[in-house]
Design a binder for this molecule. Sequence first.
Ligand code: NAP
Length: 245
Amino acid sequence: MKNNKIALVTGSSRGIGRAIAIRLAKDGYKVIVHGAGRIEKAKETAEIIKNNGGEAEVIISDLTDLSKTAELCEKIKNVDVLILNASLQYRTPWQEIPQKECFEQLNCNFISSLMLIQAAVDNMKQNKWGRVVTIGSVQEAKPHPDMLVYSASKAAQTNMVQSLSLQLAKDGITVNNVAPGVIYTDRNVEALSDPEYAKKVTDSIPVGFYGEPQDCEGIVSLLCSDEGRYITGQNIFVDGGKSVQ
Ligand code: NAP
């Protein structure tokens, strides 16, 4: 049943974001599907939502370019739910990381998240109701040596979540981070196609298998619901136990 609320899910053209977008649409939200540029993939997510009886629209915006993030901010001032899922990940030995990779990852994974929250929060405050969920990573707890900026950007985002959860608590707005472990999506298909690497990765996951994008949607759905109203400022790992190993 529709709930007259609007949810933006960044990076929902594919992967975890797509699973979350489809779930929130089933929960009754009108969903803004977002992607960086693969418009066909974003439209595919929107079609799936519509075929399930939901409402969706598509927005494209490259969040490594902060002028594009600023344009997106102008279009999302009426959202009730913000899922900050889009991210960029480079794998480079730390001494070789060029500044361009630093800025792109920080722009997309941290600064854009802050800007989008800044843009959406006034409407949430007015309604005395809002939900912000950032998507982090198990790498906040277990940083990969060759993904230093990526893992640092996720840790920065979670620190922001903690700060904002306190500052927005009295406004009926909850702010949480969901940190996935290894989830089988486009970004790791190639790496995991190497059987030796795949075995090493699987052996590092206590439950003994990779997650699917759908493994991340239930917790996001709960956090966005009225049942989630007493959960704020949390970092919730969805990682088969990897963060505590
Ligand atoms: P994915 O399958 O690689 O999809 C990435 C999504 O982000 C796509 O919708 C893509 O849009 C969008 N995107 C990429 N670059 C962007 C940019 N510069 N500006 C705006 N949007 C951009 O990703 P995923 O594996 O589902 O990951 C989703 C989230 O979970 C990310 O925050 C990631 O860090 C986190 N995570 C994933 C894993 C994992 O194992 N998969 C583990 C830990 C954390 P286009 O389709 O247009 O390119």
